[in-house]
Unconditional design. Structure first.
Ligand code: NAD
Length: 491
């Protein structure tokens, strides 16, 4: 049930929404089903100049920030409406991503939760008193900060979490009192269109959320270069993140980038727990998750045992049509990406690795694959594979495993499996990553937690509470109070 009146949007949805109007003048762009490779629908992409117009619309809206209670209502109603529309949204999501129905269930529920958490932050946003009176000569002064919306937030999203990553950007941006221009991934615009419709159906007035579907080179680059955008929140590859940092001038940024995430398995770990979790976390969304278990760095004494337990589970996983409820692994985003992953597997195999499960490909469908003993320096070890491929890597000790992770360029999240609390805490302190999951894989993520990386995995933390703080500026206000008139307090 909604409390605010729905905002009517002019025209049928096209892919470009500026100030409440769907625009249809841009180039036609088919959206493909990632399993059948057939077009599902045709949308319109942004033309040169559309991103600029979208920012102009957002600047106008940002000059009239919505009241916190209104933001709360809109975001909580949007969360409920998204669940009401779940069947349609999930059908489009499965088609445009190739992810399974289970992936769709999980991501839609999480996106609704992210919008709800964002709603709550809208009514919690507050500054703090600053004790300036402690400075000699400032005894009569009283100071406090207020949190001021930054203005216009530009949001650029990747293909692999088109509902929840987008919700993590627009939810906090709106909760903080900003207006948004959203540029979703070109492969998966339908989920972003659905979220845009849901927010307006929940009463978001025109102009506060503008959508520019299109390519990174046209729509994305124009958005990044616009100095009226005060905050850019980007999730995607490290290569594009670097470009955005170079081109965004002094605009504040969050860069949520790639990783070749690792989990450590100590000899005392519960190996069945490891195998059960890895068989899910390494292969959901066909491994196209930034925290996916790419490397399982295992104390050598238990490697054979763990390899057998994982092999048994992974060979049971079924790859195929993501609409088939018995399928756990759908296609990758494009045949070329699956081909690239296969070439990395072949490179590792020719350098001495053993493929103990999967390894073959049919178009975009790559069998869930497990490798053992990849050589240091092969791409499967050093770069992000972003595919349903897990590598078992032997290590002399947990200490050596920590060294191996810290020697790499990425630092998003890591997992540590051990029954020894001292080992777990030592690893948590020393691993150079944004988050350490004890007795869980690198892939654990709850939407309320601070989430972000270090090193080449970027910087800035998502999670509505943390993102809302960054999407506002603290403004200090100082009152120079006059001493009370002598005698006034004696009466
Ligand atoms: P990508 O970098 O290719 O594209 C991401 C977005 O950037 C897309 O919307 C794209 O159109 C846009 N873009 C491309 N060139 C641009 C330019 N010059 N200017 C502005 N925008 C531009 O990434 P992808 O393939 O969609 O997603 C996969 C990557 O995202 C992986 O590296 C993955 O690890 C990363 N990722 C990271 C996280 C995280 O939280 N750290 C989460 C999900 C995905």
């Amino acid at each position: 049930m909604t409390t605010a009146a729905a905002t009517p949007l002019a025209g049928p949805p096209t892919g470009v929404l500026i100030d409440g109007h769907w625009h249809s003048g841009g180039p036609e762009a088919p959206v493909y089903d990632k399993f059948t490779r057939q077009p599902i629908t045709v949308i319109r992409h942004a033309r040169p100049g559309d991103a600029t117009d979208a920012v102009t619309s957002a600047v106008r809206a940002a000059a009239r920030p919505l009241a916190p209670a209104r933001r709360y209502e809109i975001l909580s109603d949007a969360s409920r409406l998204l669940l009401d529309r779940a069947a349609d949204v999930k059908a489009a999501y499965v088609a445009e991503t190739g992810f399974t129905m289970a992936d769709a269930d999980g991501e839609l529920a999480r996106a609704a939760q992210t919008l709800r958490l964002s709603a709550e932050e809208a009514v919690r946003l507050a500054g703090e008193e600053v004790p300036v009176a402690a400075a000699p000569g400032s005894e009569q002064r009283l100071a406090f900060t207020i949190r001021v919306p930054v203005g216009v937030v530009g949001a650029i999203a990747p293909f692999n979490a088109p509902l929840n990553t987008v919700a993590h950007k627009i939810g906090p941006a709106l909760a903080a009192g900003n207006a948004v221009v959203l540029k979703p991934a070109e492969q998966t615009p339908l989920s972003a269109i659905a979220l845009t419709e849901v927010l307006h159906a929940a009463g978001l007035p025109p102009g506060y959320l503008n959508l520019i579907c299109g390519t990174g080179e046209v729509a994305g680059a124009e958005l990044v270069a616009d100095p009226r955008v005060r905050f850019l929140t980007f999730t995607g590859s490290t290569a594009v993140g670097l470009l955005i940092k170079q081109r965004s001038g002094i605009t504040k940024t969050h860069l949520e980038l790639g990783s070749n995430s690792a989990s450590i398995v100590a000899a005392d770990a519960d190996l069945d727990l490891v195998a059960d979790l890895v068989a899910r976390a390494g292969f959901r969304k066909a491994g196209q998750v930034c925290t996916s278990v790419q490397r399982l760095i295992t104390e050598a004494t238990v490697l054979d045992d763990l390899a057998e337990r994982i092999r048994a589970r992974v060979t049971d996983l079924k790859a195929g049509d993501p609409r088939d409820p018995s399928v756990q692994v759908g296609p990758m985003i494009a045949p070329a990406e699956a081909e690239r992953a296969c070439s990395w597997i072949a490179e590792a195999a020719s350098a001495g690795a053993t493929v103990i499960a999967g390894g073959s490909r049919d178009g975009a469908l790559l069998e869930p694959t497990v490798l053992r003993d990849p050589a240091a320096g092969t791409r499967i070890m050093t770069s992000e594979i972003f595919a349903p491929v897990v590598s078992l890597v032997p290590a002399r000790s947990v200490d050596a495993a920590i060294g191996l992770i810290n020697a790499g360029r990425y630092g998003l999240q890591a997992g540590v499996f051990t029954r020894d609390i001292d080992v777990a805490f030592d690893a948590a302190r020393r691993l150079q990553v944004g988050g350490v999951m004890i007795n869980d894989t690198s892939s654990y993520h709850a939407d309320a937690m601070p989430y972000g990386g270090v090193k080449d995995s970027g910087y800035g933390q998502e999670g509505p509470r943390y993102a809302v703080a960054d999407m506002t500026d603290p403004r200090i206000i100082v009152l120079n109070l006059r001493p009370a008139t002598k005698g006034a307090t004696d009466q």
